[in-house]
Design a protein around this ligand. Structure first.
Ligand code: ADP
Ligand code: MG
Length: 588
């Protein structure tokens, strides 16, 4: 066959292979166009994961009637002001998105410039212009994409379920909404309004509604602000406490000049910055915006523009590492800085979580511990009063005798040579986890049938994940069945989790599965599910405990493997020895 130049249609389809893998890519391109058009309100509609229909409507500056056909012509753009690829201020500059999307779908663009009387509508089918006619839209632009990939069935086959595609679209939407607090954003999924984000009025650079929709509410109270400004770089945003962590890097939202990016080197520097404070294999939550001169960064690396290249990569990564590290170190300062004596402050810098040496256990419990057998243990509200004389309690247990509860969360106990502070929730969570693991390893899972099976509705992506793991979940005591399109029926749960809020429990397990991704082994999966579930079987922070209950928990900790660390790697108890106390009071 002679050499020939490919037709525009084929060129567009090849380009689509690079940029448009799934509906979410289209949502991203269309929202970017609306932002470039200076819209202050953007509405996104998605049907059937975006395969059936994606509509993005904005109130931006619109497109002139006679320019509409140009908008879907390859390499036609109104951006790139100075014809300089290093001076990019808009999201778009390649003039590729619309023609590419149009080549693999049916598209309608309706647009109206402010100084035009009527809107105009352009119809394209599989890349061919079909018609242009007057239309009615008040202002801005509406782009509608339907029948996606119908002409490229191979692509269609690669798509995941509608639920998963919807969830990718949602991710893209949230990432764009987060970086543009001054634009109103709405998302409608299958006829339901899912998000309605108003413009941030409090002057916050990050809109808190959008933040909690993306990261969960706990991120707001468990994060630190980053604000670095030097040498032409400005890095700002929020980084989560090391204690708030996930098993994937999903919750790391990175932006460069307001463009959402994925960059291995930046992800690597974040890992390095947290390496001393976060348990291995866990990832922090964070959202960071880097601003720098467009001349110092190249965004034209890949058509999807998710990769960037910095002129001075080392300078950039070191900014991430140093600003994150210096913020995290402040977390500990209030405690350290109050202790003047340097030698004693050193004391706190070590990991002083209190590990029990099994040999130290008093005789009567050590044999019990060696058997590693778990007796039935529960912390139920006690009818007995708290009044118990101190004298009848043993101080020679490793975790001593409970004396008081602080802030309904910490047990203060006295040992022969110091004071131990125990985080009641973290400690009990570990105990519950080890108990489930123990039962599982002995093949003696105690499962509790629910009197009334519970229906739990789940988001699509998570529902799929739970359904895929029904058998795994069974090995640790969950009996779950599919129930309609969007729910599961829970028939039984591990006995130790009785009285849990099943809706939340299953929701959390699903979220955990989502974060774990598919690359991990079944054992790791089980381990993580148990860690997540254990929270529900354990005594909460905020529960008042009697002295008896506190002592029961301490004794249980002493015989539970790994009980010095909670399921998320934090210490469960901290010991202040008499020696330390005397140093603090400068008696030594
Ligand atoms: P690019 O964004 O790289 O310029 P696109 O193919 O995405 O390329 O869009 C082509 C052109 O169509 C844009 O340069 C812009 O002039 C116009 N356009 C696309 N979407 C909109 C919109 N929502 N509002 C106004 N103009 C738009
Ligand atoms: Mg564009």
């Amino acid at each position: 066959m002679p050499i020939r130049i490919l037709s525009d249609d084929l060129i567009n389809q090849i380009a689509a292979g690079e940029v448009i893998e799934r509906p979410a890519n289209i949502v991203k391109e269309l929202i970017e166009n609306s932002i470039d058009a200076k819209a202050t309100k953007i509405e996104v509609f998605i049907r059937d994961g975006g395969v059936h229909l994606i509509t993005v409507k904005d109130n931006g500056h619109g497109i002139y009637e006679d320019e509409l056909p140009l908008a879907v012509t390859r390499h036609a753009t109104s951006k790139l002001n100075n014809n300089n690829l290093r001076d990019i201020k808009d999201f778009g500059f390649r003039g590729e998105a619309l023609p590419t999307i149009a080549s693999i779908s049916n598209m309608r663009i309706i647009s109206k410039k402010n100084d035009q009387k009527y809107a105009s509508c352009l119809e394209i089918e599989g890349g061919d212009l079909k018609a242009q006619k007057p239309s009615n839209i008040q202002r801005g632009t509406l782009v509608e994409v339907s029948s996606l990939f119908e002409r490229t069935p191979a692509r269609l086959k690669f798509l995941k379920t509608n639920r998963i595609e919807t969830s990718h679209c949602k991710d893209v939407f949230l990432k764009m909404a987060l970086s543009h607090p001054n634009i109103e954003f709405q998302l409608n999924i299958d006829g339901r309004k899912v998000f309605d984000f108003k413009i941030e009025k409090n002057g916050n650079e990050i809109n808190l509604d959008r933040l909690s929709a993306s990261f969960g509410e706990q991120f707001i109270s468990n994060s630190l602000d980053i604000n670095y400004k030097k040498y032409g770089y400005n890095l700002k945003g929020k980084i989560g406490f090391p204690t708030l962590n996930s098993s994937t890097s999903y919750y790391q939202f990175l932006y460069v000049n307001n463009r959402s990016i994925k960059d291995k080197r930046i992800l690597g520097s974040i890992k390095a910055a947290y390496s001393e404070t976060i348990p291995k294999g866990r990832f922090p939550y964070l959202i960071l915006f880097l601003e720098l001169s467009p001349f110092k960064v190249d965004v034209n690396v890949h058509p999807s523009k998710a990769e960037v290249r910095f002129d001075n990569e080392r300078e950039v990564t070191s900014i991430y590492v140093s600003s994150i590290k210096s913020e995290i170190s402040k977390l500990n300062e209030p405690i350290y800085s109050k202790i003047e004596n340097k030698s004693t402050s050193e004391l706190f810098k070590n990991d002083n979580s209190y590990e029990i040496n099994q040999n130290e256990l008093p005789n009567k419990i050590s044999s019990f511990a060696k058997e590693n057998s778990f007796n039935k243990f529960s912390i139920e509200p006690s009818a007995k009063s708290n009044e118990q004389t101190f004298s009848d309690q043993k101080l020679d247990y490793p975790l001593g005798a409970a004396r008081a509860q602080y802030l309904k969360n910490y047990i203060i106990s006295e040992t022969t040579d110091g004071i131990v502070v125990v985080d009641q929730h973290a400690a009990h969570e570990r105990i519950v986890k080890e108990e489930i693991l123990y039962q599982k390893n002995k093949n003696k899972i105690c499962s509790q049938l629910l009197l009334i099976p519970e229906i739990v509705k789940l988001p699509a992506l998570q529902l799929d994940l739970i359904l895929n793991e029904i058998d795994t979940l069974k090995t640790i005591g969950f009996e779950i069945e599919v129930f309609g399109d969007d729910a599961v029926l829970v028939r039984a749960i591990p006995e130790i989790l009785t009285n849990s809020n099943i809706q939340e429990l299953i929701g959390d397990v699903a979220q955990e599965l989502f974060e774990l991704g598919s690359q991990i082994s079944i054992d790791e999966k089980i381990d993580s599910i148990i860690s997540t579930s254990a929270c529900y079987g354990s005594v909460r922070s905020g529960r008042i405990l009697s002295i008896e209950e506190m002592n029961a928990l301490l004794r249980k900790m002493e015989i539970t493997p790994n009980s010095n660390q909670c399921n998320h790697g934090r210490p469960t108890s901290i010991k202040l020895s008499l020696n330390d106390i005397e140093k603090l009071f400068k008696r030594r």
